[in-house]
Design a protein around this ligand. Structure first.
Ligand SMILES: [Zn+2]
Length: 131
């Protein structure tokens, strides 16, 4: 299940997995993350074909001016260069009560690079890399 968001002014649209543990971040008025747009995002259950996937945290970060859209494009070669052979310093993990499973929100490497993860129907998704 997905929840769609569309800007009331420009063409920005996004979708979030309803199982996203941070979906609660996206309640109330969500500012459109598009540059120079003063619109708000409206939640809808209607499918928006051109909507891009975000984790709730990533969309929230963008709406409050943290992070950049470009951060959400992580080509395979860049990710491999960042992760292969890297030393993990810290992992932000949430335990799913009664499920015998954990969710990894992000991985901090020894050079303070943070790889942010989210779930998708295709598997674990890297949606942002920050430093
Ligand atoms: Zn907008």
């Amino acid at each position: 299940m997905k929840r769609y968001f569309k800007c009331e002014v420009c063409s920005f649209s996004a979708f979030i997995a309803v199982v996203d543990p941070e979906l609660g971040l996206l309640q109330g008025n969500i500012r459109c993350p598009s540059k120079d747009c003063s619109g708000s995002l409206l939640a809808t259950k209607t499918k928006i074909k051109e909507a891009k996937f975000y984790s709730a945290r990533a969309l929230w970060d963008l709406s409050v001016g943290l992070g950049k859209k470009e951060d959400s494009w992580i080509p395979e070669a860049r990710l491999k260069k960042i992760l292969e052979g890297a030393v993990i310093k810290e992992i932000e993990v949430v335990e799913l009560e009664g499920k015998n499973r954990c969710i990894i929100n992000n991985i901090t490497l020894s050079d303070n690079t943070v790889v942010h993860l989210a779930s998708s129907t295709h598997g674990a998704t890297v949606y942002k890399v920050t430093r």
